[in-house]
Design a protein around this ligand. Structure first.
Ligand SMILES: *Cc1c(COP(=O)(O)O)cnc(C)c1O
Length: 846
């Protein structure tokens, strides 16, 4: 019989155990082992099965609960743990201890389409969601007052299994929110709060708001499966990244506009300060900027352009993909369908909305372009990705060199306490509580090679057991009988060099690069003296047949009895599997087509556990590889034939594995320790440990984005939005006269005309026509740089020129370098509320 409806009955806890409820619902337990230990001690065996404190409370027998309620020792531990959580939630942390007088925002809203906090809350698909989860956790640890916002999916992302012939099969298990660590947001009347957004045809889309508590950070998740909705609208939040464009735009309207309304309601009801800064993790929730424009237009009577100036000041946009196909776009017709009747955002004109998403193709609305136009501060997620993004979006800032396009970069990081094996934290952290956070390096903590090597073996052994368990289950699912699976006990060996490769399967990640020459791969796996074993995992997007074919290719290779002990494909890559891989693998392999990997974070998680990266210099590895913390696979940049490129790069990969990685791993001294290997492991922990942490990333966002955005935003909104009005008025004037602004004449004078030497001073003078703009309203600059065959200025140095007399500007500058130099003069807009002079995409060159 099938149930027609599900519901969940919560355990009733004996009064003395009441403190367990908060410990189980606050997701801090996911990165706080002592809390997990407390729940495990209620029933060890049971906890190993359920792995989730909240489910534990419903699973433990009432008799056991009664027993525990009388156990003084246990009660004392519950108290101590509750006190510890309370302290964590209320004490001053890094954010509160920052220098006084800085105008730190009272709250920041962080929007994302997915959040991967833990597998207990399966509301993510991959890297983007896990990053968002790590962002919340690190913010919590640092005391940064973030509020997370996004949709709650009834069947998060799909679960993956394999058919007998190795084809990916998807399942969509349905979650029951009331069984998850979530509480419904309720209003003054104790009824669930419903936010709504208008839909075409006079309908409304309603959502209830579930609240998860991620340490100090509330996470608000919108759920449309409510009775108030028409049947089709109930399904808006059914699946993550499923469905067509219409389905997606509804999800994004809900996430952005509905998300804003949920945040507002949440703050009103709880007294939480309203956010001053709004961060969109990728463009999907970008409509939030339009909702904020609607708010200020409605409440303060601003014109659209004025509202836009105010909104931009407080918005931060992070772009995550350099793959054009990865950019979120909608047909203009579709946007018109939802926004056209004016009910969704009253007071906003359709044409103005459409202009924000305009791109080269007039039929498409580009969410990344809207993100950039609605945010005064935007960034990519590694230094290389920042450069690639500046080039990719340069056309939004015509007249500027790529380097000046105002898109910065904040390199992603990962949440150490979530990803580092507790055994390793105990070994290193036992000697120093917060290794990597306080500048103290692991190698200075007096732990020996022998100790760390033994621990690495222990982690590899745990991975081996997990691999066997999963291989067995996968085969049972594919239809094998237990009797045929004896060989599974010989899969993997705890003393063999272990390489991991786990990721989503879009083409650019090149899942099958290692299969390019199957004979060479087989030889590496089966080498008599220096064998290696490889664990591969990854999901393909359900609609991506090409990706599924790649998975099938891997599965067919590993199904061969000759290699199946040394190489496996594990279905259903998710956080619970990822943990074992990051901890147990000696080498983490990544071979994307450069530069299409924006950052990549799995290698960081491996590095934090003492794994060595073997990777194409793409994403984070491009800036973090230093020659002795792992290996860089040489790239055939510039080779345009993709097959040829794969051939060259795969050959380089085999060479590295066979000639450098394996020999170093197997070179042992009398004590059986690979000293050379261990020195690379220590170096990795020392150098990368602090750099790859999400705490570093969040601090950077606070310092370079949230804090400046709060300052500009306050300046824009003070005195009835006087700043925003003045900036809008300024932009209007600039737009009107900019075509008449000109550099009339320039002159460079030197003292010693004959022989210029580096460091000599020269004087640049320029006559300009400002077409009625005041001298204080422009910035006049001279730019000096190297010139080669063309007059293009390379490595330019910019010096601001000062007005000397009517229409004339001068600057003195020291010649920065020898060789052929050139200079020019340019005029840029200037206003106190601009974050950079390039912001408006306007420049006049001499
Ligand atoms: C870290 C992580 C990712 C992202 O890894 P990439 O290196 O960016 O591909 C994806 N899925 C899970 C489960 C992760 O933990």
């Amino acid at each position: 019989m099938r149930a027609i409806r599900r519901f969940t009955v919560r355990a009733s806890l004996p009064e003395p155990l009441a403190g367990l409820r908060a410990l189980a619902t606050n997701l801090r337990w996911t990165w706080h082992p002592p809390t997990r230990d407390l729940f495990a001690s209620m029933d060890d065996e049971l906890f190993r099965r359920v792995r989730d404190p909240l489910r534990m409370l419903t699973a433990v027998s009432p008799a056991r609960l009664t027993e525990l309620a009388g156990d003084e020792d246990f009660l004392a531990r519950v108290h101590a743990m509750s006190d510890d959580l309370e302290r964590y939630l209320t004490e001053d942390r890094w954010y509160q201890q920052r220098p006084q007088g800085e105008r730190a925002p009272a709250a920041i809203a962080y929007f994302s389409m997915e959040f991967g906090v833990h597998e207990a809350l399966p509301n993510y698909s991959g890297g983007l969601g896990v990053l968002a989860g790590d962002h919340l956790k690190a913010a919590s640890d640092l005391g940064v007052p973030l509020i997370g916002v996004g949709p709650l999916y009834r069947s998060g992302y799909f679960r993956q299994s394999l058919s007998l012939d190795g084809w990916q099969v998807e399942h969509y298990p349905v979650i029951e929110p009331s069984a998850l660590p979530l509480e419904l947001l309720t209003g003054e009347d104790s009824e669930p709060v419903l936010v709504h957004v208008a839909m075409p045809g006079g309908r409304d889309l309603y959502a209830q708001v579930w609240q998860a508590q991620v340490g100090r950070v509330p996470l608000l998740l919108l759920d449309t499966d409510v009775e108030a909705n028409d049947e089709d609208l109930r399904r808006v939040t059914d699946r993550l990244y499923g469905g067509d464009a219409d389905h997606r735009i509804r999800q994004e309207i809900l996430a952005g506009i509905g998300g804003m309304r949920a945040v507002r309601r949440y703050c009103e009801l709880t007294g939480h300060p309203q956010p001053e800064v709004f961060h969109t993790n990728e463009g999907h929730a970008g409509f939030l900027g339009l909702e904020r424009a609607r708010e200020v237009i409605d409440e303060h009577g601003l014109a659209f352009d004025e509202a836009l100036s105010a909104v931009r000041a407080g918005t931060v946009f992070t772009t995550h993909t350099p793959v054009p196909a990865g950019i979120d776009r909608f047909p203009v017709d579709l946007v018109q369908h939802y926004f056209g009747d004016g009910r969704l955002l009253p007071g906003l004109e359709l044409q103005r909305i459409l202009a924000l998403g305009a791109e080269d193709n007039p039929g498409m609305f580009n969410m990344a372009h809207m993100g950039l136009r609605l945010a005064q501060r935007s960034n990519g997620v590694s230094q290389l990705h920042g450069r690639v993004s500046r080039r990719m979006f340069a056309r939004l800032w015509p007249g500027f060199d790529d380097a000046e396009v105002p898109i910065s970069s904040v390199t992603n990081g990962v949440h150490g306490p979530t990803w580092v094996a507790r055994e390793l934290t105990a070994l290193l952290g036992g000697k120093h509580k917060a290794w990597g956070h306080d500048g103290k390096l692991p190698s200075q903590m007096g732990v020996s090679d022998e100790e760390l090597w033994a621990l690495r073996r222990d982690l590899r052994q745990k991975l081996v057991l997990e691999v066997r368990r999963r291989v067995r289950n996968a085969w049972l699912q594919r239809g094998a009988s237990a009797l045929e699976l004896g060989w599974v006990n010989q899969v993997f060996d705890p003393d063999v060099l272990t390489v991991g490769f786990a990721r989503r399967v879009p083409t650019y990640k090149r899942l099958t690069l290692m299969l390019r020459d199957p004979e060479r791969l087989r030889a590496l796996l089966l080498d008599e003296e220096r064998p290696m074993q490889i664990v591969v995992a990854g999901k393909s997007h359900p609609a991506d047949e090409g990706g599924k074919a790649l998975i099938q290719q891997v599965v067919r290779f590993v199904d061969d009895p000759a290699v199946r002990r040394r190489m496996v494909f594990l279905p259903d890559y998710d956080m619970s599997m990822a943990r074992y891989l990051y901890r147990g693998c000696d080498v983490w392999l990544n071979n994307p087509t450069r530069p299409l990997e924006a950052c990549g974070t799995s290698g960081m998680k491996s590095a934090l556990n003492g794994g060595l990266n073997l990777s194409i210099k793409d994403g984070w590895w491009d800036e973090c590889y230093d020659g002795s913390n792992g290996w860089a696979i040489p790239t055939a940049d510039g080779v345009t034939d993709p097959l040829r490129r794969d051939e060259l790069e795969s050959a380089a990969l085999y060479d590295l594995l066979g000639q450098q990685v394996a020999p170093l791993f197997y070179e042992r001294d009398d004590a059986g320790v690979p000293r050379g290997w261990m020195s690379m492991v220590w170096h990795t922990l020392d150098e990368l440990g602090p750099r790859v942490q999400a705490s570093r990333m969040v601090r950077e966002y606070v310092e370079t984005a949230y804090h400046p955005a709060a300052v500009t935003s306050a300046a824009a909104s003070a005195d009835g939005y006087a700043g925003a009005r003045s900036l809008a008025e300024y932009r209007r004037r600039v737009d009107a006269v900019w075509r008449q602004v000109r550099v009339l004449d320039t002159e460079l004078t030197v003292e010693a005309q004959e022989r210029l030497v580096v460091g000599d001073e020269v004087r640049v003078r320029a006559k300009v026509d400002l077409a009625g703009l005041a001298p204080s309203e422009v910035e006049v600059q001279t730019v000096v740089g190297r010139v080669g065959d063309t007059d293009e200025l390379a490595e330019p140095m910019t010096v601001r020129m000062e007005p000397s007399q009517e229409g004339e500007y001068t600057a003195t500058l020291r010649l920065p370098r020898a060789g052929s130099l050139g200079y020019t003069v340019r005029i840029l807009p200037r206003h106190d509320l601009l974050a950079t002079p390039a912001e408006l995409g306007k420049v006049v060159l001499a």
